[in-house]
Design a protein. Structure first.
Length: 449
């Protein structure tokens, strides 16, 4: 039977099957005609098979519909007339679902091409790769910066720069590094920043790459200008009085030698005082040059894992006397209590001493309660962080922009190398130091490891 209406088809087949079964029962009980019995038996089997075929066809259509969704095949359409009201409604919903999935896929593909176009045309190099180093996305800017055409795995970059590969593998979320590579015979500095992501249970990294060579050269020139300005100022402050006093002493001695006149006691005292001043200024100049030399000779850190609590306990012992005589209240909070740092303890001790001593000096001018608050914790990128905050006089905005410049200081007796030295030490630890301050409210230094 070729009925398209499924309900009518099933009803007619059930009626036919029922009549055949009744007829078979009648023939069996009313006569022993074997031919009729065999014929009716075959007829019942055929009708049962046809009924099951109709039901199987409906199930197959539902299975095909689900299979098309599973394999993203949304080209199938179903007839919505001539199948009976219920089947027409079912096929109509099938078509609606397929149409909706088709629209979602089209929108998804449009968004994919939209974002892929943006990624390919953005000026910053972008690379994504999984734990095995297999690259999913690498845009044109990244290829141009690194100087490659095609690449499938980040370990292939070893021929460009082994240090670049090492940075990409070792850096964790929020980590950054500067890598120097050679592209077409020119040396360029790349700034690398990494974020770790998990997509569908697979871990991978998103890396941004920027060429900061021109910015570095500009900052380098600015740093040299600032350094030369400070050096010139300090050297001239020492050399000018030395030169002036040496000229005065020379003139006095020349007059006495030429006239063959003995040097009077008063003149000897003047010469003695002048020589003392020359000695004192020369010693100051030597000390300044020594500080400058120390600034350029920071050793490579010998890293070891150590608990923050032990580092801070050492600081307490060193600075307890200074804090007690000034009446400074110290608050220390470490979260978690067993928080650890991978550092060179000697170098980081120097950084902490510099910052804590600056805080102590800032609190000297505070006439009220003096508070020094130290917090150690894991930041949003799971990087160990230490903040040191005081409620001292604060630092004005202009000085705040120069506070890490070598030899710049706001203290009368300061050398101006402590914070600059601290910044270099933190950089050697692949960390960072920053400061924020509000006048008459206090200053906060932040160390990120």
């Amino acid at each position: 039977m070729g009925f398209k209406n499924l309900r009518l088809n099933i009803v007619l087949r059930v009626i036919g099957l029922t009549i055949s079964i009744i007829a078979l029962a009648y023939v069996i009980y009313s006569s022993s005609n074997q031919v009729n019995i065999v014929f009716l038996g075959i007829l019942i089997v055929v009708q049962l098979a046809l009924l099951l075929r109709v039901l199987d066809k409906s199930n197959r259509e539902i299975a095909n519909f689900l299979s098309s969704i599973r394999y993203d095949d949304f080209t199938t359409t179903y007839p919505t007339s001539g199948r009976g009201k219920s089947m027409n409604e079912l096929y109509n919903e099938f078509n609606n679902v397929i149409r909706k999935f088709r629209e979602i896929r089209a929108e998804k593909e449009a968004n994919y091409h939209y974002f892929r176009t943006i990624v390919q045309h953005v000026g910053i190099g972008l690379v994504t790769f999984n734990k095995l180093g297999d690259i999913q996305i690498i845009n044109s800017a990244a290829k141009k910066l690194i100087g490659i055409e095609n690449i499938n795995n980040i370990f292939e970059l070893s021929k460009v720069s082994p240090k670049l590969v090492e940075s990409l593998v070792k850096l964790k979320t929020g980590g950054s590094d500067l890598v120097e590579i050679s592209v077409e015979g020119s040396r360029i500095q790349l700034s690398i920043y990494v974020i770790e992501l998990v997509l569908r249970g697979e871990e991978f990294k998103l890396v941004s790459i920027q060429n900061i060579q021109s910015e570095l050269e500009e900052k380098e020139m600015e740093a040299w200008q600032n350094l030369i300005r400070v050096l010139t100022h300090e050297i001239m402050n020492s050399v000018t009085p030395i030169s002036s006093l040496a000229s005065t002493v020379e003139a006095n001695l020349v007059d006495n030698v030429e006239d063959d006149v003995p040097i009077e006691k008063d003149e000897l005292e003047d010469i003695y005082l002048a020589l003392q001043t020359i000695k004192r200024r020369s010693a100051g100049l030597i000390r300044f040059v020594s500080d400058f030399r120390n600034l350029t000779r920071i050793p490579e850190p010998k890293l070891q894992e150590i608990e923050v609590a032990k580092v801070m306990d050492h600081m307490k012992v060193l600075l307890k006397h200074d804090m007690d005589i000034r009446g400074i209240n110290v608050s220390l909070k470490i979260t978690p209590e067993n928080l650890k740092l991978n550092i060179d303890k000697e170098l980081i001790d120097q950084v902490l001493i510099n910052i804590l001593q600056n805080a102590i000096h800032a609190l000297e001018e505070n006439e009220g309660e003096k508070h020094l608050i130290v917090n150690a914790f894991l930041n949003e990128f799971d990087r160990p962080t230490i903040t040191i905050r005081d409620n001292g006089s604060g630092i004005d905005e202009e000085a705040l922009t120069k506070i890490f410049i070598p030899f710049f200081t706001t203290k009368k007796q300061g050398s101006g190398i402590g914070l600059s030295l601290s910044k270099q030490i933190m950089r050697k630890h692949r960390g960072a130091i920053s400061v924020k301050s509000v006048i008459n409210e206090g200053t906060e230094f932040t160390l990120r490891f």
